[in-house]
Design a protein around this ligand. Structure first.
Ligand code: DC
Length: 226
């Protein structure tokens, strides 16, 4: 059986991580949430009062408190910096609203992209982010670019936040998502964009199951080909 690398990119709340997790489980593939890594770097920056000019200090923090992933009792993925569980902390509004400037810093991207490539080496992996198909794994066998309307993505994030007990206002969420889209797509380095060989799929009005089936079918065809 051939092991493939699956890259799933797309804007905030387009459903990337939800479907990637399900597909990883179904195919018994490793799942890597690269957004959680940029969020963890942002968490460390904020915790230590660091700004854009302090990139070396943020890198020192990342070296001192390496990012790692674990598994909770219910099977869900947990995120650590050093030995601190930051699974919930990295989803809070302060991190969400600062992650764009941290993830635009070239030195931070270089470090995290290296870590991502190391994790992917030799494994059957499904990775989600913004630049997986274009930069991190440009030769990934399957590249998917998920999009959805801002309205629908804000609704998804609103529900997600409710489930996690994070308070949010729908209109504010919409504005924040649109602002993050703009920043992620317009930054100089590795902007959010579909790779030339990616399959773009609009998930507006499509169920999670529908998106999973669409991607998994393509993946299974490739896996079975060899
Ligand atoms: O997927 P997410 O919303 O958790 O990602 C948080 C932020 O991290 C996103 O706004 C941009 C940044 N990011 C990135 O620049 N490159 C990636 N591969 C993944 C995320």
């Amino acid at each position: 059986m051939k092991l493939i690398r699956i890259a799933i990119d797309g804007p905030a709340s387009s459903g990337k991580s939800t479907v990637a997790k399900i597909i990883a489980k179904n195919l018994d593939y490793t799942y890597l949430d690269t957004g959680a890594m940029y969020r963890s770097a942002t968490y460390l920056a904020l915790k230590n009062g660091l700004g854009e000019k302090d990139v070396n200090a943020i890198l020192d923090q990342l070296a001192e408190h390496p990012i790692s992933f674990g598994r909770a009792e219910d099977g869900s993925q947990t995120v650590f910096v050093g030995d601190q569980d930051v699974t919930l902390a990295i989803r809070q509004n302060d991190v969400t609203n600062n992650v764009s400037w941290v993830s635009a810093l070239p030195e931070i991207r270089e470090e995290l992209v290296n870590q991502q490539r190391r994790i992917a080496e030799g494994s059957a992996i499904i990775m989600d982010g913004r630049d997986i198909g274009t930069v991190v794994l440009p030769d990934a066998e399957l590249k998917i670019f998920l999009i959805a309307s801002v309205e629908e993505r804000a609704e998804r994030r609103f529900k997600e936040n409710q489930e996690k007990g994070i308070e949010s206002d729908f209109e504010t969420l919409k504005e924040e998502i649109a602002a993050r889209d703009y920043k992620d797509s317009h930054r100089k380095l590795s902007p959010l964009k579909a790779a030339d060989d990616a399959i773009t799929f609009d998930t507006t009005g499509v169920s999670i199951e529908g998106v999973v089936n669409f991607i998994q079918e393509k993946a299974e065809k490739m896996i079975d080909m060899n």
